[in-house]
Design a protein around this ligand. Structure first.
Ligand code: 13P
Length: 362
């Protein structure tokens, strides 16, 4: 294994003020998002949409890595160019989602286990041959009545560590994603506890499986009260709870923490990331950046709506959100300039709509 190459890639993914673009929705998830907007759920529509994303002018100025899905890494533009080649040409490191999604965890009602370890070594070799230099695996932790259980946390941590070790064997950087979901009426404190338990278990298993911490990225949730919890935290409280939790659980050897958005409004995700970098950067030993899907893409998707004439406007919306989060990494995000003043109120009238809205400017 070329450890130097692994570490260089991990460091490059979180260097400067850049972050990651997660565009690795499975066919099912992508179709669901298309269906809500009346966009045809076809391979061609998914290809056109991913083409729109990766051909956004100047995307590489703010995005270090793009996480692709199996279908996308094999697709080509209309002119025959492989999408993955266009990603590299844009100065962006290509990555790939390698988990096979979640299934019910036997004996643990309401809890999930992520699958996809079988044949993973061979799949990683294939993706590496296609140019992918990092990979992502998402575990899902649900907060509810007496859950998450120890069994769920341990099983998912073990799978994450097995995946991470296989990635490093293939000289691909593992992006380790234990996501505590924001669905539910749990408090901020409950989310902090569940997140801390999950992270502690993950790092114990990573160590047992001999994963090189310098050659990985952690992709956690922010510590948030549940979507339907009547008491919502301020931006500063979220930043403080999140960084405190991470400081207690994540070794300093990890080069970077790239948050998932979990379906937060784009402006709120930016404001919270910004506050972490304003108030806690000096105490944090790792880079604090983003690896958002919905919080970057949602306005662009809504503007595009399947219409070729809307491509340029959608690309501008993506660029706006990307630039806002780049500013948040520097601690220079201005919510008022982002058209987010006042920030969307909580709890939302309808949590179903809590995926974002067209951004104004970056
Ligand atoms: P969201 O930012 O939409 O939560 O997606 C991040 C991701 O990669 C989920 O696996």
């Amino acid at each position: 294994m070329n450890t130097r190459r692994l570490i260089d890639t991990a460091v490059a993914l979180v260097a400067g003020d850049k972050g990651l673009l997660a565009m690795d929705e499975s066919v099912g998830t992508c179709n669901k998002r298309f269906a809500k907007l009346g966009i045809p759920q076809t391979e061609e529509a998914r290809r056109s949409y991913r083409e729109l994303l990766v051909t956004t002018p100047n995307l590489g100025e703010s995005i270090s890595g793009a996480i692709l899905y199996d279908e996308t890494i094999r697709q080509r533009f209309n002119n025959g160019t492989l999408i993955v080649k266009a990603v590299v040409d844009a100065g962006i490191i290509p990555g790939i989602k390698v988990d096979a999604g979640t299934n019910n965890l036997a004996g643990h009602p309401g809890e999930k286990i992520t699958e996809g370890l079988d044949g993973l070594r061979e799949r990683l070799a294939e993706y590496s041959g296609m140019g992918a230099r990092f990979a992502k695996w998402r575990a899902v932790i649900v907060i509810g009545d007496r859950i998450p259980s120890e069994g769920c946390i341990e099983a998912n941590a073990h799978a994450l560590a097995r995946y991470a070790a296989l990635c490093q064997e293939a000289e691909m950087v593992p992006v380790v994603e234990p996501e505590v979901l924001m669905d539910g009426n749990h408090t901020l404190e409950q989310c902090r506890e569940a997140t801390a338990d999950a992270l502690r278990a993950v790092f114990e298993q990573l160590s047992t499986q001999r994963v090189i911490l310098e050659g990985m990225i952690l992709k956690p949730n922010m510590v948030l009260a549940g979507l339907t919890c009547p008491k919502q935290a301020t931006v500063h409280e979220v930043a403080e709870a999140t960084v405190t939790c991470l400081l207690r659980a994540v070794p300093a050897a990890v080069p970077g923490i790239a948050f998932l958005s979990g379906g937060q409004y784009g402006e709120l995700a930016s404001a919270r990331l910004n506050e972490m970098n304003v108030a806690f950067r000096r105490r944090a030993p790792w880079a604090l950046t983003f690896s958002f899907a919905r919080s970057l893409q949602q306005p662009a998707l809504e503007i595009w709506n399947g219409e070729p004439a809307q491509v340029a406007a959608a690309q501008q919306a993506l660029l706006d959100r990307v630039r806002c989060n780049r500013a948040a990494r520097r601690g220079e995000y201005d919510a008022q300039l982002d058209g987010a003043s006042p920030l969307p109120c909580f709890p939302p009238a309808n949590p179903e709509t809590l995926t974002g809205r067209p951004g104004k400017r970056g």
